[in-house]
Design a protein around this ligand. Structure first.
Ligand code: PEP
Ligand code: MG
Length: 872
């Protein structure tokens, strides 16, 4: 029963149930009832999906107690007790299972209710609602069948509004509804109240397994094992006349966060009418001077404030007034927009209601995305036509004209057009086109595919892995859901949800209030883990600082080689036949590379900067078009045929597991030499010009063996020391490695003997631990999530069980061999809240992510620090 629990029992009673208990204990007017616990749901799922006799017995006992308390009887012919049944998981899952109201009605009980209330219209109205709801929610007979039957009745009678139906009409409609039920369910509508109740409880447990619930749990990281509780509560009636009604209310404005009651109310209606929008509610403020419900307004305002103080959070409440008496049916922490979340958290600190630390816990890090990227205009979105879904690879909203190649995208952008770049998948060559686009859409790819990683780094909205698209590059068009979209046509992308819309939907720029900076500064005071950014250019570095980066955790040097003035030199280097030729080409790349690093150091000052040596397979830099081959042939004094033969020789069957990372430096030491030279010479130059003490961190990718690390490190150290000595400038540097091959985790102690730092490259570490291509994961994982094999996408959310286990081993091995070793992460998981929290737990020194995800990482790191403190 409700008095027996409180907020500390949330996991057993569910959120709704424990709040009902707390409100009862606070002395608020809550209709009594009882809760079937989440344990019963777990037992139901484990026990062959039958409601245990023990549960049935306890339910019957609770009903007997309620009957005793009220003097009414469940399903009685004289004085019927009516109940409602609602689901209530530990975390709020709105709309997971609809509510069933008016349980306990049958022909006789309805007759009795009509007599007792002297209100037959009300009784039959309740009965017809119950038949439809029970049939729809519990027995799977669609409510549309009932709505159609009712519509036909109204049409025959020539009335439009439900309120024009009298008691007789409603009684007839009840009979029609029972017929509809029988026809569709091949049995009579159950008259036994206990049968109705048991079926409803079972149905709530079943709803834990419905697809909507799976999707919701996946989105909000709710474990399946939690199960749902069932709240069984006595009915109160808002549809008993003009002195009755139902309403929903937020204690503050959920859109803006303003401190004002935000409530809607319907006179003579049940709660579902307000929620379903059957009739337009009136503003609650109109009740202030109500003659039929005097005092209700003030009473409710008082309760709302009391609940807000009690829960120290904005509340979302449901109320019913029955014959002038107010009841509170539910309260929970209200959902709110990101700006509202921030405002409420900050206001509550100012009001002295909560501390700064508590405020930090009230904002979901993921929600901060809303504040950092454009969103669709809400009104415009309503008119939008959804045509498909893909992976929500990079957040924000974008509308633009469709182009199918990076060149066309650049040209269109130069004409001033907003651009959506549509590609089968993207490659480094597309960088310029991606950079000028408002949004990127790819047919293939997962959450750590090229498109996803690069778009997030640029802060450009991106949907990847939309496999339903039939792309026709030759015709410059694609087909999706029966629509043909041609070059120049408008589409709109929601990169936060992964939804594709036809046509142009207006977007609105994000608003960053002063609240944001203040709130983030609180997070920075609390977190103990450092935050760095993945940044490949001075521009990215500047953006990173604006978003609060304390250093750079990853500079992918390969991104620097794709610019138009550099790619031919890079290609000359790759297409060289001899070391001498290669060195000549590298000599041309050196000043460009050095300039990049000077630019980055100048922006970052003395903050740490980790620069990674060349990582991708060389064939990624190959020319694709004949004109590029011809140009290169001229530059190099070779024939096109010779160059094509070299290209063929470099082709790999499985390039992601092939000639890349440190293996390039093993085969071509001169590449690592040139890059080290650029890193060190740039540091010397900036020390001389600006006086900054720069300690570059040289990072070697894809290490799986200590000897290969030794080999490449030797090249770096010999090169660096020689330059430093010759320069006469004292400069320190570090050499470390990425940990992205499972073997490196297993032998981390040996690797740490050589490496001064580890940075977990969890994109590759996940790919290689699962043996799942990050570039094709989207297509494959869609089947896995649909079939509930994986609850989440491990390329987006770190798999703490498997990949996490390897990371823990690497942390332990690394620290054992080198106690002060610096440990970080630079895979995409470094900007995902649950993964950031895991990194804190296993003791990493910092996380590094794309600049636009830094606020998320900062808040998640703060929350992790507070969680740990609580545990300690
Ligand atoms: C990684 O593998 O996690 C990583 C950061 O490197 P990249 O994404 O460039 O392979
Ligand atoms: Mg990698």
């Amino acid at each position: 029963m409700f008095e027996e629990g409180d907020g500390s029992m949330r996991s057993l009673l569910g959120g709704k149930g424990s709040n009902l208990c707390e409100m009862t204990n606070l002395g608020l007017p809550v209709p009594n009832g009882f809760i079937v616990t989440t344990e019963a749901c777990t037992a139901y799922n484990a026990g062959g999906k039958v409601l245990a006799q023990e549960v049935k017995d306890q339910v019957a006992q609770c009903m007997a107690n309620l009957e005793k308390e009220t003097g009414k009887k469940f399903g009685d012919e004289k004085n019927p007790l009516l109940m409602s049944v609602r689901s209530g998981a530990r975390a709020s899952m709105p709309g997971m299972m609809d509510t069933v109201l008016n349980l306990g009605l049958n022909d006789k009980a309805t007759e009795a209710l009509a007599k007792l209330t002297n209100n037959p219209r009300f009784a039959y109205d309740s009965y017809r609602r119950f038949i439809m709801m029970f049939a729809d929610v519990v027995m799977g007979v669609s409510k549309h069948k009932f709505e159609t039957a009712m519509g036909e009745y109204k049409a025959k009678k020539g009335v439009a509004d439900d309120l024009d139906l009298d008691a007789d009409d409603l009684k007839k409609i009840c009979d029609i509804f029972k017929d509809v039920y029988k026809k569709n369910h091949n049995s009579d509508f159950p008259a036994s109240a206990m049968e109705q109740l048991y079926a409803s409880i079972t149905s709530v447990f079943e709803s834990w397994d419905n697809p909507r619930a799976f999707v919701y749990r996946r989105m909000h990281d709710i474990p399946y094992e939690w199960g749902t509780a069932v709240n069984v509560q006595m009915m109160v009636f808002g549809n008993m006349g003009d002195d009755s009604g139902s309403g929903v209310a937020f204690s503050r404005d959920p859109a803006t966060g303003e401190d004002r009651l935000y409530a809607e109310f319907l006179v003579n209606a049940q709660g579902e009418d307000v929620v379903a929008g059957v009739r337009t509610p009136q503003p609650f403020g109109e009740l202030k001077n109500s003659k039929t419900m005097p005092g209700i307004y003030d009473e409710f305002v008082g309760i709302a404030k009391k609940l807000e103080r009690h829960y120290q959070d904005m509340q979302d409440m449901e109320m019913t007034v029955e014959k002038g008496k107010l009841y509170i049916l539910q309260t929970r922490n209200g959902k709110r927009t990101a700006p509202a979340a921030l405002k409420i958290a900050i206001d509550m600190v100012k009001e002295g209601l909560i501390t700064r630390r508590e405020a930090l816990m009230k904002v979901d890090p993921k929600q901060l995305d809303q504040l950092l990227h454009p969103n669709f205009d809400t009104a415009a979105l309503k008119a939008g036509k959804e045509i498909g879904k893909g992976l929500a690879a990079s957040p924000g909203a974008a509308a633009g004209r469709v182009y199918f190649s990076a060149e066309d995208a650049v040209e269109a952008s130069e004409r001033g057009e907003p651009v959506i770049l549509v590609r089968m998948e993207t490659s480094p060559e597309d960088i310029e086109g991606m950079n000028v686009s408002q949004g990127i859409l790819t047919v293939r790819g997962g959450m750590t595919s090229h498109a996803a990683v690069v778009a997030r780094g640029m802060g450009v909205c991106c949907i990847s892995g939309c496999e339903e698209i039939k792309l026709n590059n030759a015709n410059k068009s694609f087909e999706l859901a029966g629509n043909t979209i041609k070059e120049g046509d408008f589409i709109s992308l929601d990169g936060t949800a992964g939804t594709i819309y036809l046509g142009e939907i207006k977007t609105v720029a994000p608003e960053m209030s002063g609240d944001f900076a203040e709130f983030m500064s609180w997070a920075d005071c609390v977190r103990t883990m450092g935050v760095r950014a993945n940044a490949d250019s001075p521009h990215d570095a500047k953006v990173a600082l604006e978003f609060g980066a304390e250093g750079i955790g990853l500079t992918r040097t390969e991104h620097m080689f794709f610019e138009a003035d550099r790619i031919p030199k890079m290609r000359m280097m790759i297409m060289s036949d001899t070391e001498a030729e290669r060195r000549a080409a590298l000599d041309e790349l050196l000043p460009l590379q050095r300039k990049d690093f000077v630019g980055i150091y100048e922006v970052m000052g003395e903050r740490p900067v980790t620069i990674r040596l060349l990582d991708p397979p060389l064939h990624e830099f190959m020319p694709h078009e004949d004109k590029d081959y011809e140009h290169l042939a001229k530059l190099m004094g070779k024939t096109v045929a010779q160059l094509k033969a070299i290209a063929v020789s470099l082709h790999e069957l499985n390039p992601m597991m092939g000639h890349r990372g440190c293996r390039l430096a093993v085969s071509y030491p001169e590449i690592a030499e040139m890059q080290t030279r650029a890193i060190i010479e740039a540091a010397i130059e900036v020390k001389k010009s600006k006086g900054f003490e720069i300690v570059p961190e040289i990072m070697i990718p894809l290490i799986g063996d200590e000897k290969e690390l030794q080999f490449v490190k030797d090249i770096c150290v010999t090169t660096a020391d020689k330059i430093i000595e010759a320069s006469g400038v004292k400069i320190k540097y570090m050499v470390g490695t990425m940990i992205e091959i499972p073997r490196a985790c297993l032998i981390a102690d040996k690797i740490a003997a050589e490496a001064e730092f580890f940075s977990f490259g969890t994109n590759d570490l996940t790919q290689m631990t699962y043996g799942l291509s990050r570039d094709d994961a989207g297509r494959i994982l869609a089947d896995y999530t649909e079939r509930n094999i994986y609850e989440g996408d491990p390329t987006a959310r770190l798999d703490q069980t498997g990949v996490g286990m390897l990371m823990k081993m690497a942390v332990a091995g690394g620290r054992k061999a080198r106690p002060g070793i610096k440990l970080g992460i630079c895979g995409e998981h470094g900007g995902e809240p649950s993964s950031v929290m895991f990194c804190h737990e296993i003791g990493l020194d910092y996380v590094s992510c794309s600049p636009f995800r830094l606020p998320i990482a900062r808040l998640a790191a703060a929350q992790a620090a507070m969680d740990q403190k609580k545990e300690d």
